[in-house]
Design a protein around this ligand. Structure first.
Ligand code: C2O
Length: 522
């Protein structure tokens, strides 16, 4: 194991990922930010140099942060924000995880404006290491020409009637075309700004690490005339399984192996944005190109655009707004899944108008209200709190290590990709529209384990995890608009163990530096 030091400098810059110029919240001047490559067992020391002109935070999506809950990066839960013109250092190890991850700001909707990038954790004993020659990161995202604060102000007002901000475009590794006729005269816009290009050497085998960093959108990812072999879901190696299309929801990750065994030519890579997962035909989709493309270029081929066609088989071989069929995803190594839960927690996700006619997300009838400068962890560590206010949405406090099942119902007509911090969970079962879970039919034999899974429209999902990681862990829909609308819960695990751990002084300082009257009173 080594210590890997990274410097992530956050500042605003004008960029034109799809030709349309806007202010982007960049990491080291780019969007997406740099890919961090580390090896299982490494210590990561990540300097966040904040010159955004506003506070920030960084979350390392998918890591357990065992013993370092204060580095999970969630304002209002595990830290106070990093003030502007301040450097803060995250410092944690990754002892027992490998695979495909990402980092993103967890401060308001800042990641939608650009603060994100990929993290690759290599496994020296990767069971597939002889099955591929090269690795490629493929980062998919929806893209907005307005700043997230503008979009959220509108979304959380009666005028939106609860309709989420819709993306203007989608990007593959931060690039795509845009039709500049749709841009008004006040904006700089160049047509044909350029696409991402992936160079394939004939005969070589590529491990594509596909990450969906969207605010909102589910994608179907494919490469024309190339099959893909699934091998990883969010850090868990799976049995090699051939697919033509990869359905990937917000915050999810997969690895697939693609072999450059076709004619020496150019092929489209496609990320079809599934806008119909959220908008029924009564919602006009304006100015959204759902065909997001990049080019797979074989070495030796010409440099003309590909002329290939997408896979001809039916993309909706099952309902495409939910996760990949579990029949496509089997763990490579069988795990000992705990046979039963010590505790079952029933949660219900819904949307409802509040007293001001603003559509809010609710879990068990309560909408999450973040108190950014009074994080839950401080209440546990310094105030010895055991009970929390209603809108903190604490739906589980576990004083001993135990097996938890969450039965999550969806009362909403949208699908929701739920993410649990500090853990991976086994997906034991899920069901669509108005079914009820049959607990005798849950899969405890060979379920996959991941950190983000989708609850279908009016459906349910049952997940199982071991609550034994001291800390405050968020459980939320990863659609960023829904986070802002309050579709967030938190769990408190082993608070007494947490109190025995000593948080670093510079981390405590964040709350003192933050402009919060609460701190001045202390
Ligand atoms: Cu990507 Cu709360 O997380």
């Amino acid at each position: 194991p080594e210590t890997k030091i990274f410097y992530l400098h956050l500042y605003k810059a004008k960029l034109s990922p799809d030709g349309f110029e806007r202010v982007v919240w960049t990491v080291n001047g780019t969007y997406p930010g740099p890919t961090l490559v580390v090896t299982k067992g490494d210590r990561l020391i990540i300097h966040i140099i904040n010159n955004l002109g506003e506070p920030t935070s960084m979350h390392f999506h998918g890591f357990f942060q065992r013993g370092t809950n204060w580095y999970d990066g969630v304002p209002g839960q595990t830290q106070c924000p990093i003030p502007n013109n301040t450097t803060f250092i995250y410092n944690f190890t990754i002892p027992d995880q490998s695979g495909t991850f990402w980092y993103h700001s967890h401060y308001l909707a800042q990641y939608v404006d650009g603060v994100l990038g990929a993290i690759i954790v290599k496994d020296p004993n990767d069971p597939y290491q002889n099955d591929y020659d090269e690795e490629i990161v493929v980062l998919l995202s929806d893209w907005y020409h307005n700043e997230s604060s503008t979009l959220i102000n509108y979304y959380l007002s009666p005028a939106s009637e609860g309709k989420e901000p819709q993306p203007d475009n989608g990007l593959i590794n931060g690039r795509n075309y845009y039709n500049c006729e749709w841009a008004n005269a006040f904006h700089k816009c160049i047509d044909k700004a350029g696409l991402s290009k992936f160079n394939f050497v004939p005969g070589k085998r590529y491990r594509l690490r596909v990450i969906n960093t969207s605010a909102f959108s589910n994608f179907i990812f494919s490469i024309d005339e190339h099959e893909m072999d699934l091998i990883e879901v969010e850090g868990m190696m799976t049995k090699r399984h051939k697919i033509h299309r990869l359905i990937i929801n917000v915050a999810q990750r997969y690895s697939v192996i693609v072999t450059a065994d076709n004619l020496v030519s150019n092929f489209w890579m496609r990320a079809d944005l599934q806008s119909d997962c959220f908008y029924d035909s009564s919602t006009p989709i304006v100015h959204l190109n759902p065909y997001i493309k990049a080019i797979v270029h074989y070495e030796g081929a010409n440099h003309l655009d590909p002329t290939t066609k997408g896979w001809a088989d039916n993309p909706n071989h099952h309902y495409h707004c939910i996760d990949l069929n579990t029949s496509d995803l089997k763990p490579l190594f069988l795990e000992n899944v705990p046979a039963k839960a010590d505790q079952i927690i029933y949660l219900n996700a819904s949307f409802e108008n509040d007293a001001f006619n603003v559509n809010r997300g609710l879990i068990n009838g309560s909408t999450y209200m973040v108190d950014i400068y009074n994080p839950t962890i401080n209440q546990v560590l310094f105030e010895n709190k055991h009970s929390f206010s209603l809108n903190q949405n604490v739906f589980g406090q576990f004083n001993t290590s135990q097996v938890i099942d969450i039965v999550l119902y969806n009362d909403d007509i949208g699908e929701h990709p739920f993410h649990l911090h500090g853990h991976t969970f086994w997906v034991l079962g899920s069901g669509i529209v108005c079914t009820e879970p049959d607990f005798s039919k849950l899969n405890i034999y060979d379920p996959i384990r991941r950190d983000t899974a989708t609850i279908p429209t009016k459906g349910w999902i049952v997940i199982r995890f071991v609550a034994g990681n001291p800390g405050i862990w968020a459980f939320h829909c990863h659609i960023e608009w829904h986070v802002e609308a309050g579709l967030v819960a938190q769990f408190i695990e082993l608070p007494n163990e947490l109190r025995k751990l000593k948080p670093p002084a510079d981390w405590e300082q964040l709350c003192i530096k933050s402009p919060n009257p609460y701190n001045e009173l202390k």
